[in-house]
Design a protein around this ligand. Structure first.
Ligand code: GSH
Length: 219
């Protein structure tokens, strides 16, 4: 018993990032499903997440939120396969990708495009075309930045899985559920190669939310 409890939402990309890291590090954990978009979910998160979001990791009495911090804690605090590349430059690139994901990827690709063009319709809510258009207009800038990093070959190589891969894969996977998003990823060879390689790993497959279906790269 290693005392790990993850509070998250099954359809959440950030929750999936932590689940991927736990799977890659072969760590057992308990999972509590909390929907932060509902009132009772917000009530359950009170006192655990200052901003009412998921995921939250608990390790015995130690509680932590913010996905990048959680991934770092799992990496530093537990044995198992490493999720940090060797060398200062590769490590810096990994952290750079994690920052890009938080600041420039999540909102346009996930909340605007995936949320309004795929997720909302899937749960019976109409998506807003203006929001989708805004996300699609903003997405290339983030994707170009990631393409440049992937092409340089220090991280996002598809060969070695790092904390950055765990954080990015759920978001690109969600974005490619939308045909325009899939086309944007496929148009960037470094990123497309990385996505094809990482999305078939058991850690990605086993954590894929059912609402997203089987996944484009798997037929
Ligand atoms: N910066 C946070 C972001 C977490 C986040 O935004 N989680 C989403 C689910 S994927 C959430 O809880 N959203 C609830 C809301 O926006 O009210 C992290 O790294 O964990």
């Amino acid at each position: 018993m290693i005392g790990l409890l993850l509070t998250g939402f099954g359809d959440s990309v950030y929750t999936r990032a932590v689940r991927m890291a736990l799977a890659e590090k072969e760590l057992a954990y308990e999972f509590t499903d909390v929907n932060p978009f509902e009132e009772d979910g917000q009530a359950a998160l009170l006192g655990h997440h200052a901003f009412g979001r998921v995921p939250v990791l608990r390790h015995y009495a130690f509680e932590l939120y913010e996905t990048a911090a959680i991934l770092g804690y799992l990496e530093d605090g537990f044995d198992g396969p490493g999720l940090t590349p060797k060398g200062a430059k590769a490590r810096a690139r990994m952290r750079q990708v994690m920052g890009i994901v938080d600041a420039y990827v999540y909102w346009p690709l996930v909340r605007q495009v995936f949320g309004h063009a795929f997720y909302r319709p899937a749960v019976g809510i109409e998506g807003e075309p203006d929001v989708i258009a805004a996300g699609l207009a903003e997405a290339p800038r983030a994707l170009d930045a990631l393409e440049e990093i992937a092409s340089a070959g220090l991280v996002l190589t598809g060969r070695e899985v790092t904390q950055a891969d765990c954080m990015l894969l759920p978001m690109i996977d969600a974005f490619t559920c939308v045909p325009e998003g899939r086309a944007m990823v496929e148009a960037r060879p470094g990123l497309a190669h990385w996505y094809q390689s990482v999305s078939v790993r058991p850690s990605a497959q086993d954590t894929r939310p059912a609402i997203m279906g089987k996944g484009l790269s798997h037929g």
